[in-house]
Design a protein. Sequence first.
Length: 287
Amino acid sequence: MTQQTTLQARHAAAAARVKAATETLTSREQGATRAEAEFARLTAAVEADPKDMPANFAHGQAQGNLSRAKSQVTQAQGELAAARRELAELDRLLTGDAALEKARQNWRGASTAQVEATKAAQAARGELARLDTDLREAEAKVEEAQSAQRTSILAAMGYRKEPAAKVADAEGLLLGPAATVDALRTARPELEAKVADAEAALVSRDKETQRAVQGIVNAKAAIAEAAALQALEQCRAAVQSYHAATAAAGRGYGERFSLYELHPSVTAADAFERQVERLKASAFAGE
């Protein structure tokens, strides 16, 4: 029997345990409901006639029955939860290939959305930066026009001797830049909100991409675990046959094997780390 069929057999057994545990829980819940109804009926009887000794005795028994029934329900819930966890774990191992394909599809969609969100955020930031540049230029023109206006007013009132433009002309120079500054300042909050929305969307798209990357890694882990279980099963069978053969040949049980070196070399450790990094890099690339 191959490891794949072994996993399938374990899955079928776990599914059967889930079914049996579900039926047990349903039965015990029904029993608890009946015990609760009986306890309520006897509680009413005792309250109606506290001196009724048979009713008091039955009431005490009903209370114990209800307590045991609730305890049995709790136990059945725990057994069902454990069976479901086991079934889910076997589902994970048996559906690794399908999960990997789904995760890659999710990555492609998330990656495309993230690229578009990045472009939108860059465009919004660029628009706000352009507005700020125009605003600084307009504010500089306002300052220049205000200075000319002050000089003209003071000259018109006889406080300045140097020649200056007429006050009306100076006011005309100020009007345009001032109106521009006012318009740009009015528009800036809207652009700030646009940038904030674009950046929030980018963060959201990035999280979706990260979830897709994690989904790829998780699916590959499930595939690798299933393959390792298969190899381990075959390895155990081969080693057992080897020990039996050497014992039959009169040479004891032969050499003992270890899955990992007790003191792995730095080179081996580096190779392992490089493999981990390659897996992560391929997941970030959607593979």
